[in-house]
Design a protein around this ligand. Structure first.
Ligand code: 6PG
Length: 238
């Protein structure tokens, strides 16, 4: 259940929303780099992060030593990186090309989905610190869909019950395609998570979720006790 202990920031201005997400992300990376030589970030895709990536590329390409940041993805569509649907392709075009020395590991959406999931799990196990065998991110940027999904954890999907695998290929009926996604065990292990979403439907859903005593949506199936959670929301950003 999402506890109201989470830091919730509610914006009406589009620029302020994006600036807050960028600020939280950069501060989290800085905090980690003040304690160690490498920090681990996982990015979501979709449309919401695009202006945030632009802000990071334009305002923060020199704010931190990006060569000490290792970037991974929370999920990916099963398309080539050249596709406009590719989460990696969009992040590379908008953000990564501006970050000197940044290291990144994409999910290969262009190969067999099950093979890509297995491959990415090995990449996580190779590069990330582990806690009780689970890869640990320092910070994760997550979104939410109108149906309460986050990452590619869609309602009524088997992946919501995955307890051992860290990356799964998920058939998404409504998209008639596979998605690649981190699973709940990995998402729960991240030290901090920044949830960023806006729009009337998502806003109303989130407010209902905060008041609800039942667990009906994937975003509620994450655990919210052992990490720092931020919610950056907006109803109708101008
Ligand atoms: C993706 C994302 C997904 C996203 C939500 C919201 O690959 O689409 O990782 O989980 O965060 O679907 O998407 P929008 O930001 O486009 O509304």
């Amino acid at each position: 259940m999402i506890n109201t202990k989470s830091d919730i920031f509610d914006f009406s201005k589009f620029n302020s929303f994006n600036e807050k997400v960028a600020e939280l992300l950069i501060n989290s990376l800085k905090r980690n780099l003040s304690q160690k030589q490498q920090t681990y970030l996982a990015l979501s895709g979709g449309n919401t992060p695009k202006p945030i990536f632009e802000l990071l590329a334009n305002e923060h390409s020199k704010t931190i030593d990006w060569s000490k940041v290792m970037i991974f993805w929370v999920d990916e569509r099963t398309v080539p990186q050249s596709s406009s649907e590719s989460n990696f392709g969009n992040a590379k075009r908008i953000l990564l090309n501006s970050l000197d020395g940044v290291k990144f590991f994409r999910m290969r959406g262009e190969i067999d989905a099950k093979d890509a999931a297995k491959e990415y799990e090995q990449i996580l196990l190779k590069h990330l610190p582990l806690k009780k065998g689970v890869p640990v991110f320092d910070v994760m940027l997550l979104g939410m869909g109108d149906d309460g999904h986050t990452a590619s954890l869609f309602p009524n999907s088997d992946v919501l019950r995955e307890k051992t695998k860290f990356v799964k290929a998920v058939w998404v009926e409504k998209n008639n395609s596979y998605r690649l996604t981190l699973t709940i065990p990995v998402i729960n292990k991240s030290k901090s998570r920044i949830f960023a979403f806006h729009g009337k439907t998502k806003y109303k859903l989130f407010k209902n979720i905060l008041e609800s005593s039942t667990i009906d949506y994937p975003i509620q199936m994450l655990e919210y006790k052992n990490q720092k959670n931020y919610f950056i929301i907006g109803k109708d950003l101008k």
